[in-house]
Design a protein around this ligand. Structure first.
Ligand code: PGA
Length: 246
């Protein structure tokens, strides 16, 4: 079954006090009736504290594929699990661009998640030049091929996809619903062809300048199962309000 997911990606924002305030506000506004799974991708330093709240799905924004070792500044899956993280983002365009993470390195991370049976959101999406040149579909397919085509049917259950066109991230320039649904439907067709029913059931989230004004249009696209939300997730009430757009 495709799950509806609203995932907050705080990136490198908020202090410890602000993170606690966010959680308090979120808890005051969230109801048991919500048909959406909320997730919070927080900076690593806040994960242990935030995940003391057992109802909150807290995840990490990045992980290293090795189990342990001399990788200064990095964090392994076992370490993330030991502080309560329940999943991780892999391949966010900011990791690919600013930290030069290659497709093959991302595949190593995916393989490590599978080895630990640790759920992950795999991010993909094209830059503006590729979009303008009409190569966006083949670009996204290559990203998927390079890092997730090796999954076996059980491992596909760990996978969520986030389609995030780079030109729409943090720019206020959202993709149109036609553009979004074209890519989401294409990704779903690839996953279904490759993994059968398991692939068809993978949740595909959209990310890139989602806010209260555009969420309803985006979340009503037939192949959109939720969102990965950056800027609009930093205020707990704004984030919660997005759930009413499904
Ligand atoms: P944005 O970020 O909502 O601020 O565009 C989304 C993301 O990068 O995940």
């Amino acid at each position: 079954m495709r799950k509806k997911i609203l995932a907050a990606n705080w990136k490198m924002n908020l202090s410890a006090t602000e993170a606690q305030e966010w959680l308090t506000q979120f808890k005051s506004g969230v109801s048991d009736q919500q048909l959406v799974e909320f997730r919070l991708y927080a900076p690593n330093v806040f994960i242990q504290h935030l995940s003391e709240d057992e109802e909150m799905h807290v995840g990490a924004q990045n992980v290293h594929p090795a189990d342990f070792g001399a990788f200064t500044g990095e964090t392994s899956i076992s370490q993330l699990k030991s502080v309560g993280a329940q999943s991780v983002l892999i391949g966010h365009s900011e990791r690919r661009t600013y930290f030069h993470e290659s497709d093959s390195f991302l595949k190593e991370k995916v393989d490590a998640c599978c080895a630990h049976f640790f759920p992950f959101i795999f991010c993909c999406g094209e830059d503006l030049g590729t979009r303008n040149g009409g190569g966006h579909l083949s670009f996204v397919k290559k990203q998927l091929e390079a890092a997730i085509f090796q999954l076996n049917p059980q491992e596909v259950s760990l996978l969520t996809i986030a389609y995030e066109p780079i030109w729409a991230i943090g720019t206020g320039q959202t993709a149109t619903t036609d553009q979004i649904n074209e890519v989401h439907a294409y990704i779903r067709s690839i996953l279904t062809e490759k993994f059968g029913e398991n692939g068809a059931n993978v949740s595909i989230l959209y990310g890139g300048s989602v806010n209260q004004g555009n969420a309803q249009g985006i979340f009503s696209c037939p192949d959109v199962d939720g969102g990965l939300i950056g800027g609009a997730s930093l205020n707990a009430f704004d984030f919660l309000e997005l759930a009413s757009s499904f």
